[in-house]
Ligand binder design. Structure first.
Ligand SMILES: [Zn+2]
Length: 118
């Protein structure tokens, strides 16, 4: 499912207003105010590329005070790889020998039963 990062510049002093409106747009998963070349970045998700394009063109670009919109599409074919990497990383945990809870590698004691971890 397509996802994009949308970088925006907005009129001076309008970041908060634009952020507020962005969060009302269907498909906007998260949005942040930035310091630098762009004022706001939003992560947008849609069921299809067409829908994603519509959200950006007809909703996000039309929010008042938005001056420019740059869309960077996430490359879907690399997601699976990234997910695998994240999974591999999350399996690097310390399993409690007593209650089998997963604790971070650096944990010395189980956060659930208190047993000392190896
Ligand atoms: Zn435990």
């Amino acid at each position: 499912m397509p996802m994009a990062f949308v970088f925006m510049t907005v009129n001076l002093g309008s970041k908060m207003d634009v952020l507020r409106e962005l969060m009302l747009v269907d498909g906007v998963i998260e949005a942040y105010a930035l310091l630098g070349e762009y004022d706001i970045v939003a992560r947008v998700w849609a069921k299809s590329q067409d829908e994603l394009g519509r959200i950006i063109k007809e909703r996000i670009s039309r929010i008042g005070n938005v001056r420019s919109v740059i869309t960077l599409l996430a490359t879907e074919d690399l997601w699976e790889e990234a997910k695998l990497m994240a999974k591999r990383r999350s399996t690097a945990v310390n399993i409690c020998p007593n209650c089998h809870a997963e604790m971070p590698l650096e944990a010395k004691y189980c956060g659930f039963c208190g047993k000392k971890l190896k």
